[in-house]
Design a protein around this ligand. Structure first.
Ligand SMILES: NC(=O)CC[C@H](N)C(=O)O
Length: 368
């Protein structure tokens, strides 16, 4: 049975295994061009609210769930999931054995699919199959340009603190330019909580655009699509930052993949990617294991990293690369999502490490 908007859409289908956070998942800009099928069966039962959006609108193309959402029951609920999706033009279907579907995706790879919702049940199956077949896929596609901000803006909201909402930051210490390839809001909040004065710039920002803000550090955000395609314009900018400055650089997910490309590494398309909130990642420097949030369908090829680039984190699920750093400079990035939202906060220390690198580069003048 369908819910949310009516109509039809095509996309890549990926599964997410998180047990919470369907609203954050649906509004993560990195899901542009993808439909998400949830292995957790209760989706929609706590409704939706304005605080949990990771961006203004859902950017995942649609959702597939096991049970039709029941009436929302939560003190934070403002709108039932079905109405929330309908208001944003997003199609969903329920009553699907999503764990069986997930097993098929794990076996065969993420398929190209058509998703349709018609309350009258008038489906032209052949047309839907043709639509799915004509979907070109995500390889070679720059989707960051579709989800980035139109203009630069200042971000000053910090991480959630119950019960009064997101607090505003008071005296930020480090000027950070965050390049927005489809940034999740909680990443910006985590940067603000770590003491960064965050200015967000559009994905096409040039080296000169960035330097005009006299930053103490540069942050490269998450985002949808193929890192090699967005890298066509992002990599030259990143190389300029690396070659012409000594600024600390920190990247997450798409930002990680594009930093690796700028340093001479390669990225590959995965068969079904990593999408969940329980992915164990090992920090090679400390030997510690972090349980992390993940959402990626491309990965950095750890074998392709040139000399001077250290592999700092690996996935304990499949050994794939999850982090890199330059040997002698505060330039690093991770594949997983230290901002969580949804997911565990084990990796939040990475934001503090970024702030510490900026503090070390530009120590605060001693107080008189
Ligand atoms: N969350 C992200 O930034 C995803 C990066 C990239 N689009 C991928 O699928 O791998």
């Amino acid at each position: 049975m369908g819910f949310g908007a009516t109509g039809q859409t095509t996309a890549e289908l990926c599964f997410n295994t998180a047990m919470t956070g369907y609203q954050e998942i649906m509004t993560d800009p990195s899901y542009a061009g993808q439909i998400v099928t949830f292995t957790f069966p209760h989706v929609g039962n706590v409704g939706t609210n304005p605080e949990d959006d990771e961006t203004g609108d859902p950017v995942a193309e649609g959702m597939v769930v096991k049970w039709m959402p029941t009436d929302p029951s939560n003190w934070r609920n403002v709108q039932p999931l079905s109405d929330w999706l309908a208001a944003r033009g997003r199609i969903a279907i329920g009553g699907v054995d999503t764990r069986r579907l997930t097993r098929a995706i794990r076996h065969l790879g993420a398929p190209h699919v058509a998703l349709a919702h018609d309350p009258e049940g008038n489906f032209d199956i052949e047309a839907l199959v043709a639509a799915a077949r004509s979907f070109a896929g995500l390889e070679g596609v720059d989707l960051a340009k579709d989800v980035t901000c139109a203009q630069s803006y200042r971000w000053d909201e910090m991480r959630w603190a119950w019960p009064d909402g997101y607090p505003k930051q008071e005296s930020p210490r480090h000027k950070v330019v965050a390049v927005d390839y489809g940034a999740k809001r909680n990443i910006l909040r985590c940067l603000a909580s770590a003491g960064c004065e965050v200015t967000v710039l559009p994905a096409t920002a040039t080296f000169d655009d960035i330097m005009a803000h006299q930053p103490d550090g540069v942050f490269l955000s998450n985002g949808p699509g193929d890192p090699a395609a967005t890298g066509v314009y992002a990599v030259p900018m990143i190389r300029d930052v690396l070659d012409k400055t000594d600024l600390p650089v920190f990247g997450i997910c798409l930002g990680h993949q594009m930093l690796a490309l700028a340093l001479g590494g390669k990225t590959v398309k995965m068969s079904h990617g990593h999408h969940g909130a329980n992915h164990p990642v090992k920090d090679n420097d400390t030997g510690k294991v972090e349980i992390t949030s993940m959402n990626h369908g491309f990965a950095v090829d750890g074998q392709s990293l040139p000399d001077g680039v250290v592999e700092t984190h690996v996935s304990l699920f499949d050994g794939s690369n999850c982090g890199i750093r330059l040997e002698n400079r505060p330039v690093w990035s991770v594949q997983h999502h230290p901002e969580a939202s949804p997911g565990p906060q084990d990796s939040y220390y990475l934001f503090e490490r970024f702030a510490a690198a900026m503090a070390e580069r530009a120590p605060e003048p001693a107080q008189a």
